[in-house]
Write a protein that binds this ligand. Structure first.
Ligand SMILES: [Zn+2]
Ligand SMILES: [Zn+2]
Length: 129
């Protein structure tokens, strides 16, 4: 978390109490969280502050927005090893996919890919049965 805090400082943003709590929530979470989940888990930080904090974290590049096909935006720290996700459309369980086709896509297209999204929606083994 130290490097995240120094990125904030480099961008002229102070690590206030609420920001620290939100950063810790994201850091301790094994899956991307929605704005509402972060808000509920952070206790007495008001919704607007959670929203502004996530926006700031996104602007300075320590948090990325992940868009699943379920149209909810989720947030995850960019410091985690690059990966993608599959989400269950029934129960909302999220699994990390430790793979990415970025370099293959660049090879096939000869593009320099600057932004990509590679998320899957499906039905988990539990819900399938
Ligand atoms: Zn499920
Ligand atoms: Zn990727």
């Amino acid at each position: 978390m130290e490097n995240l805090i120094s990125i904030l400082k480099e961008n002229g943003a102070k690590l206030t109490g609420p920001r620290k709590i939100i950063l810790e929530k994201l850091s301790n979470s094994s899956r991307p969280l929605t704005l509402r989940e972060i808000y509920y888990e952070c206790g007495n930080i008001d919704f607007a502050s959670v929203y502004r904090t996530l926006k700031l974290f996104n602007e300075v590049g320590i948090v990325e927005e992940i868009n699943f096909a379920d149209s909810k935006v989720r947030f995850e720290l960019t410091s985690k090893k690059h990966h993608h996700h599959v989400i269950c459309s029934e129960c909302g369980e999220i699994k990390e996919l430790p793979l990415c086709l970025l370099t293959e896509i660049e090879k096939i297209t000869d593009y320099k890919i600057t932004k990509h999204s590679f998320e899957f929606l499906g039905i988990c083994p539990k819900c399938k049965n």
